[in-house]
Write a protein that binds this ligand. Sequence first.
Ligand SMILES: Cc1cc2nc3c(=O)[nH]c(=O)nc-3n(C[C@H](O)[C@H](O)[C@H](O)COP(=O)(O)OP(=O)(O)OC[C@H]3O[C@@H](n4cnc5c(N)ncnc54)[C@H](O)[C@@H]3O)c2cc1C
Length: 261
Amino acid sequence: METDVLVVGAGPVGLMMAAELRRHDVRCRIIDKLTAPAPYCKAIGVQPRTLEIWEQLGIATEMINGGIWLRGMWAFVNGREIKRVEMDLSDLPYGFLGLPQYDTERILAAHLATFGTPVERGVELQAFRQTDEGVAATLAKADGATETLRCHYLVGCDGAHSTVRHGLGLSFEGDQYPLEFALGDVEVRWVLPHGYGYRFLHITEHQADDFLICIPLPELHRYRLTTVIPSDPASRRPEEVEHGVLTDRPPTYACRSAGSS
Ligand SMILES: Cc1cc2nc3c(=O)[nH]c(=O)nc-3n(C[C@H](O)[C@H](O)[C@H](O)COP(=O)(O)OP(=O)(O)OC[C@H]3O[C@@H](n4cnc5c(N)ncnc54)[C@H](O)[C@@H]3O)c2cc1C
């Protein structure tokens, strides 16, 4: 066997998987079809339990130094504050941390590299098959070359549109919302204190017709904003909504409806 485990995907799940395998002295390779890490904040909230596990890996301090403690959440409806939740996790070893996903991935990848295991970028799992000894995986490289890798185990950490899941014929239960969201990583100057998440809801005739969620990022004034792009629900079917990050249509003020507040 060329390696014990092939980890497909170098998002947070694949990086953790590979780091834990290496910590337990298991040989592995980790590949990702992207030639460079994605630069988007994506998942920001880190649970206290995750920090406990990162402490065991020796990387909790670096994660904490790069992040921001999340202090709570304020909710507003039609411009009026309706709820303020202060997060008191003082009975736990750690609080609730905010850290952009690209920083989580950067620190995990650097930790993995200390075991001599780099993320092999620009390498895509194209196909795989069961053999008597394990798995034979066909990998395609960015320069057009292909490789057949023989391993004992293949671990699919390749995200929502997983090649591994499709290859195994596994279903992905659930429905898609017929909604598109605009996300922005921006500076917000306001009087509201930093360190809190903010939810602004707009309700017309008992129906929520707009929202804005602001999650604080480590730098002062910086937030990740999420809002919904208005569209006529009757004109959109769930299967018509594109999924994933669509960078060819960056959010603009024009994507907000005239009725937005
Ligand atoms: C815009 C956006 C905002 C988000 N915001 C939040 C949030 O606020 N909070 C939250 O909890 N979550 C959020 N998420 C979700 C969060 O990012 C995911 O839950 C998380 O990334 C899942 O991690 P993962 O490691 O399972 O998969 P991913 O991070 O998707 O990583 C999978 C990796 O596999 C690679 N890959 C795929 N197929 C192959 C293949 N065939 N061969 C080789 N490599 C392959 C991909 O390139 C990718 O790097 C957001 C997601 C997006 C897109």
